[in-house]
Design a protein around this ligand. Sequence first.
Ligand code: ADP
Ligand code: MG
Length: 764
Amino acid sequence: MLELKNIKRSYKTGDFVQHALKGIDLSFRQNEFVAILGPSGSGKTTLLNIIGGLDRYDSGDLIINNKSTKKFSNTEWDAYRNNCIGFIFQSYNLITHISVLANVEMAMTLSGVSASKRKKKAIEVLTKVGLEKHIHKKPNQLSGGQMQRVAIARALANDPDIILADEPTGALDTKTSIQIMDLIKEISKDKLVIMVTHNPDLAKEYASRIVELKDGELVKDSNPIKEEEENKKKFSIKKTAMNFISALRLSFNNIKTKKGRTIITSLASSIGIIGIALILSLSNGFKLQIDKFEKETLSQMPIVVTPTVMTTDEEAQKQAMEQYMNKNNGNSFTDKKEIYPLISVDSLVHTNHITNEYIEYIENAKEGIIGAISYMHALKLNLLYKDNNKVNMLDQTTMMVALPETIDGKDSNIIKDNFELIYGKMPENSNELVILVDINNRLDASILKKLGFGDKEIINFDDIIGKEFKVVLNDDLYKRIEDNFVVNINLDELYDNENNITLKITGILRGVEGSKFAEYSGSGICYKEQLFKDVIEKNDKSKIVEKQKKVNYNVLTGEKIDEDTKETLLAALGAKAAPIMVQIYPSDFNSKDELTSYLDKYNDDKEDDDKIIYTDYAKTITSLSGNIMDAVTVVLIAFSAISLIVSSIMIGIIMYISVLERTKEIGILRALGARKKDITRVFNAETFIIGLFSGLLGISIAMLLCIPANIIIENLTDLKNVATLNPIHAIVLITISLLLTLIGGYIPAKLASKKNPVEALRTE
Ligand code: ADP
Ligand code: MG
């Protein structure tokens, strides 16, 4: 049941108002073939569009199924167009980038019919119009007559009750026109067909009723509905719903027709992603390298307690810095006749008073967190070396290094993991020494000179193994003369003294390949901690030490000394004193934090002067490099982010152009019953595809670029596979790319859905 009541429609262009329809009253039967005749511009198309729900009337009413359409919702109009109406246009209005089959399926796609059902029905109607052989062709591969058949098949696909045809044969030759008219006549057997034409012969020959329009007014009706006629049967209207997958398919097909542009667009918009991905791979890679380096090497670097250290007191540091910058409360170049104190940099230096209590504290640390310890004592060994029957006094401090040992005096894993004995045997007793050479088997030339190899270029292992030193004890070296002591300078006599401790070189040690720790550890003569313990044990009871403990002057020079100097002097002579320096090796990477917090805890209840400030070189190195990496990464990402935003604006523009290009398609889809939402979906689907594609493209290109980047880095730094993209970063970046393009495409998609379907159909 379809009825027009005083329908009016006018168009305003500027100040001019064109009354296209001036109050049309017209009813249609459930089943008839109505031809609407009239000269061009008489309002035929306008009337048809209003009947089909494609255009809206200004006033009057359109009654469908006894119901006024004045309050029809958008959904109701969409449903009405989709499955109650089938449109046939003069210019066919097929979607050119999809197949004949897909065109016919479209109305069903929009109403959510399943794929298999859709295909079956589409083939059925295409067979009916004689196109079963052409279903996979694109519309532009067909003749005009064939295209109009496709349009008819499409109009029939959803089994509508009403077919609206606007000059369906207007663009066809006579012979083809007859075929098309026969087809429409056939359809009209069980449907209401309303056909607009300006050809009266055609109307007379085929139509069962002719309605004539002139200047927007109904001037003739050959078969109006009489009052007594039964006309109550209802048309069926079902709701429509296109799903996102269909929208994706439609957009994908559209994108396929412009591959070149899509690739260039995606490429351009992927540049930001490429940039960020590369930066992330590099910084991520470098961080991994640093971590690895840290785990392998730096964690094995000892925490060192040195005699003096820069203070950690931030206030003092700030003050010193200000003084350094010559800021003095605005007194620079002052005219005041005043002098101000300058605080010396000494105030920045903290002296670590290592006490036996501290040593005990360290040695009582939780088992397993300390891998090894080595101490440096103030004691100066009185070392003698005999070369070619000539006895020399040696300075041990420049040539001897302590082997890191476990707390109970055993060899530590630090030694086992990083060094190998390449000749001789490892020292077992305190009087055995081992030579540590570097990876090129080199040993400090000055040490070699002292050992009597000063003029040799090459020294055989056998020549150096077995070399002996004598440690002369205090009571033999220092002779008492009244209240003072003098050094016995008869070195030959001293050398042969039976109280001496004989030290012997027993082996040669070298770092293992790949151990960074060994690479940095240098060379020298290594001794066991026990050696110093033994000497201190003996020298502590020596006459010179006992005397020195009692008096306030230097027993060797007679010079007056203060308490601090006396301590230092006693320690150097071998009195029992705490070491002056301690190196603590964490047992592994994981125990390091536990160790440092244990050491920090020592200071908790201490006065500033009694605090022991350790130096953690590994941490200084890593936090420095880590901070720099982070800063550089942030800056670079910020730059790339700009290109990401630019590319999303670009996507917006591209989408806008696409909307303009696809205006006709929007019109067709709307005529077929697409909701505004469906149109938004179609364009969102397009941006989705482009966004996803450009994201994937960006990630792929970045991953490819990592290959040459890694080759370059390997050439420059020897580091392998630095640039590696974290998969999580890749996923996040693709998601960002998708989101940004969707935002960029959102406005154009909204714009598209708001297009007036009638105007959209008019565009070429
Ligand atoms: P017909 O199909 O009978 O040739 P139309 O229904 O297309 O005529 O047009 C009726 C009148 O309305 C014409 O004078 C036409 O110029 C005018 N008209 C149609 N559409 C518009 C529009 N979108 N804007 C302005 N005027 C229009
Ligand atoms: Mg027209």
